[in-house]
Design a protein around this ligand. Sequence first.
Ligand code: GLY
Length: 559
Amino acid sequence: MKSSDIRSAYLDFYKEKGHTVVPSSSLVPHGDPTLLLTSAGMVQMKPYFIGEATPPSPRLVSCQKCFRTTDIDVVGDAGHLTYFEMLGNFSIGDYFKKEAIAWSWEFVIERLKLPQENLWITVFLDDDEAENYWLDLGVAKDRILRCDEKDNFWGPAGESGPCGPCSEIHYDFGEGTGCGSSDCGPSCDCDRFSEIWNLVFTELDQDAEGNRTPLKQKNIDTGMGLERTAALMQGKRNVYETDLFTPMMDRIADLTGRRYGETDTVTKAMRVVAEHGRAITFLIADGVIPSNDGRGYVLRRILRRAALFGRKLGLTEAFLTKIAEIVVEQMGDIYPELTSQRDYILKVIDIEEEKFDRTITDGLERLEGMIEIRSIIPKEYVADTDTIRNRILELTQWADNTFYDYGPKLEEMSALKREAWIFAHGILNDALSSARQIQTSGDGNEAETVVEKELSIIAKMPTHLSGFEVFRLWDTFGFPKEITSEIAAENGLSIDLEGFEEEMEAQRERARGAKKFGLADKSDQAYYESLDVPPTEFVGYGEFFTDTLVVGLIVDGEP
Ligand code: GLY
């Protein structure tokens, strides 16, 4: 079955069971402040479940565009996606467990014709009722497993809302395909089992503190992953080999001359480019634009991640619009918003990718330099603060003697990335001057705190990228911290997230300060002009120090 056949078979089946087909809602969950992006088919049903709105029918069915942010960093493996389509049937206070279970079984056995011997069922710990319905359908008792809240309780989507125990259908690729562990089962993270359908018995409402109360009515919310189901129906082990992805994979192969399956690195990079390329197309079509927070940041992050993985495939210029074109061509019939907004989508991608493209090479070089410099930090460096202090002295003297006259050690220096070297020198120098402050200042308390902080940064240097480095990569080169973290992890390094947040806060503080001092409005500008002074000349390219004269001040708009 092609993916479009699975989609229509599902919708038709539930139409036969008295359901009304509702179109997918937007990926931007309008009117739901608890959610960043639409993460499940039930999101548009929430007002119906809690009795806040009346549904067009008590039985609804949809194919919903979904986006989940939880697994972005692992996209590129065989199973994780950010954007996916979820098939779902919903009962709003109408049928409950019995019909939901019976119809799902009828669909997988009679319509999809999945072999019963490959299917496993899970139910919530104390849900005898659900287990009995499965047994009545002929499912063997040893194929029904009880799972706890971690695996078999679903929701709420967001901080609060409808939720409930659930029952799942899993497909088993067979012994010998997974981890081989004796306790491997449907909930195992290995790739022997694929969860294809989740039936949620939505009877509870959870508040932001986690308290649960029964909903006035019992509801059904189910979610079947289209991509995973397509993989099974097309005899594939992963979603990237299905017809949902092959047009994109072919395009990437054309653009790069690389082949899916060539090496693990190539395969992963092709998957990331295809997955994120598809996701950004849908996000932009639904009105998300790149920005530095919220859903705009999610978009920026995956677009830049795709651009970076494109580099790994040898692409040196912006290419993501070429992937988006394929997505629009392939999916535009089902999601007309792609076709109607094609030019806009391509424009947004083009602008954002170009912006990143201008700094990506320099940023990568800088990051590589930061990683490289770790390999020359002597291990004893981390041993104790006295060793560090002495080493700082040594290195700084060496640096002072060699760097500024570009003399005898130039060759030695250029073996490292120069920028990274300067940076390391910067940290060492800061720490050294703090150390000197301690020696010379009578009141050493503050200096001591500063120096301890510097020393702890240096002590962590061999294993960590500092908050400052991560911040620099973001601020100057546009590298989202998650991407830096991913590349750092590939090289055995962590990032100092707390330090990064401190740097971000300091930048916000500077921005607030700058706003106060800038020529913020026309009257400031008029005052400045009234001073009739020649333009201020910038001399920082040639000098470190200069004498100058303050000719006026504006305080709260007043000269
Ligand atoms: N709402 C059911 C699911 O997402 O699995």
